[in-house]
Design a protein around this ligand. Structure first.
Ligand code: ZN
Length: 198
């Protein structure tokens, strides 16, 4: 049985994360209604991006040049590397503007259920980067989940004997939030990662 083009289009959209058949139908209809201003430019952009996007061979960041713009920037501190799970985390840090160093994207978190093992982590180049750039600090910025923390421990073990500072993000009270609204785990983690004021 041959699939008509419209059904094929809807099926492809439904394969995007978090999109089911009904959302896919809605998106397809919306695109068709806005053919000139959205559907065709989107098609072009998907093709163009697919042909130019590359993974930085140093750090795993997605960019159109290799090494990526962050690795090749003169304005970034080469001695601090922030380890993140994926590109969305890099974008989050870049939006915040607080991290002035480099990144290392590991590509996932260790997970038995997702069959993501130590060999799947993008860590091959990390030690080399630490030595070549005379890195002084590695910041583990992984999710505050069991998978994130297991992965952080494995990376920490691998970096032992490198004579560098290994830090991890603090867990705690979100900025602007009130104590009595925090869930138990967040409050507990905040208490454990309390710091000296004097
Ligand atoms: Zn890079």
């Amino acid at each position: 049985m041959s699939q008509d083009e419209l059904q094929k289009f809807i099926n492809l959209i439904s394969r995007l994360p978090g999109i089911g058949q009904r959302s896919a139908q809605r998106i397809a209809l919306y695109l068709i209604k806005n053919k000139q201003e959205l559907m065709l430019p989107l098609g072009e952009s998907i093709k163009e991006t697919a042909s130019v996007v590359k993974k930085c061979t140093n750090c795993g960041i997605l960019d159109v040049i290799v090494p990526c713009k962050i690795c090749s920037s003169e304005n970034r501190s080469k001695t601090t590397i922030c380890i993140v799970e994926d590109m969305a985390d890099v974008w989050a840090f870049e939006r915040s503007g607080y991290h002035k160093g480099l990144y290392h994207v590991i590509g996932g978190l260790l997970s038995a259920s997702k069959n993501f093992t130590e060999q799947d982590l993008n860590l091959n180049k990390l030690k080399e980067r630490i030595i070549n750039n005379q890195v002084q600090e590695v910041i583990l910025a992984l999710s505050a989940t069991i998978e994130g923390q297991t992965t952080a421990l494995v990376i920490k073990d691998k970096l032992e004997n490198q004579n560098i500072k290994i830090t991890q993000l603090a867990y705690g009270v979100p900025v602007g939030s009130e104590i009595h609204y925090l869930d138990d785990n967040t409050l507990g983690a905040a208490l454990e990662s309390r710091k000296n004021l004097s």
